[in-house]
Ligand binder design. Structure first.
Ligand SMILES: Nc1ccn([C@@H]2O[C@H](COP(=O)(O)O)[C@@H](O)[C@H]2O)c(=O)n1
Ligand SMILES: [Mg+2]
Length: 322
């Protein structure tokens, strides 16, 4: 499995066993013949041997031990759409016809102020956390003032520019076929993201979502968001305690974790007795500035890759009957 060639970020080839390229100090990618998608130019891996070992161990344990824990916005959904930014589940509401012009402006101002803080590699998580609570709280208050109707959500999603990553059908279909639970853990808007996967016809029974859900009054008008508030940097056991679904997953000791933020790395922290975990990170924005931290934290980093090719390739290999 580990045999093959190592490809460094600048194209130099070395035999396997070499951790980093001695000529040009850069990260190498192990080319695993069973997962040809790992040869894509978007793939960066700091410790190829470890990655190959984890993939082999997950395959050995089999599909009955596997679960996928995934972020939603900018991980299952695309970051870029035809040269523009794709909307997050929040942005879908922010940009919709049910929000007043004044509301739109205020929500955009919040995004422009807080998003650079969210992705800033030079600020600590301790510094970011209270600011994220501030962003989400202020945005949810503004959305609540707009008297959004539950019955409008499906049409708002239909009219939006949201797109799931290329290959989403194969991902959801494979996991459904092999009864592998897919746990979507999102700081987005649960009602909106559920509607996206419903409209994409992939909301199978093995898919479960924990997110920020809207609370509607008896006439179907948004009155508040349910607690606990989930933001980018509290996606961990603190908000999962009490969710029955998460407890059920304790026997699934092999995990493939998919995320696009440094905050997504803790999504599996509540799972007891994790034996094998493969963390795959989509690095969408400010690639150069954030590459180092992503390579240290994620096992596989996918740079500006709008597809699920690598995830699907790994799953195909793991789930393939031998
Ligand atoms: N008002 C807001 C708050 C957050 N966002 C973005 O949503 C993303 C969080 O959702 P995940 O599914 O990725 O957990 C995150 O990328 C924030 O930038 C927003 O657009 N508007
Ligand atoms: Mg995300």
């Amino acid at each position: 499995m580990v045999s093959g060639a190592l490809r460094c970020g600048r194209g130099t080839r070395r035999s396997c066993g070499v951790r980093s390229c001695a000529v040009c100090v850069c990260v190498c990618v192990c080319v695993c013949p069973q997962v040809p998608e790992l040869q894509k130019t978007t793939v960066r891996i700091q410790q190829p041997e470890r990655v190959m070992g984890v993939i082999s161990a997950i395959k050995e344990q089999g599909s009955s031990k596997l679960q996928v824990i995934s972020d939603f916005d900018m991980t299952l959904s695309r970051f870029g759409c035809n040269g523009r930014r794709c909307p997050t589940s929040h942005n879908i509401l922010d940009n919709s016809r049910v929000i007043s012009e004044d509301g739109k402006k205020k929500l955009k101002d919040l995004l422009q102020h807080y998003y650079p803080i969210e992705i800033d590699p030079n600020r600590s998580l301790e510094e970011k956390r209270p600011l994220m609570v501030e962003w989400w709280t202020r945005a949810h208050e503004l959305l609540t003032q707009q008297k959004i109707q539950k019955g409008d959500i499906a049409q708002i999603v239909r009219e939006s520019d949201v797109m799931l990553r290329d290959g989403f059908n194969e991902l959801f279909d494979q996991l459904h076929k092999y009864n592998v639970p897919m746990f979507i853990f999102s700081a987005g808007v649960g009602d909106v993201l559920e509607e996206i996967i419903r409209q994409a016809n992939v909301f199978y029974p093995n898919v479960n979502v924990v997110s920020n859900y809207m609370d509607f009054d008896d006439s179907g008008v948004l009155k508040c968001f349910k607690s606990p508030l989930i933001h980018t940097y509290n996606k961990n056991n603190s908000v999962l305690q009490g969710t029955a679904y998460f407890q059920q997953l304790s026997t699934r000791t092999s995990i493939i974790l998919l995320g696009d933020s440094m905050g997504d790395l803790t999504m599996a922290d509540g799972v007891p007795s994790v034996e094998n975990i493969l963390k795959i990170g989509f690095l969408n924005d400010k690639v150069e500035e954030r590459r180092g931290k992503y390579l240290d934290a994620y096992d596989i980093v996918l740079e500006s890759d709008e597809t699920l090719d690598v995830v699907n390739g790994i799953l195909r290999y793991i789930l393939m009957e031998t």
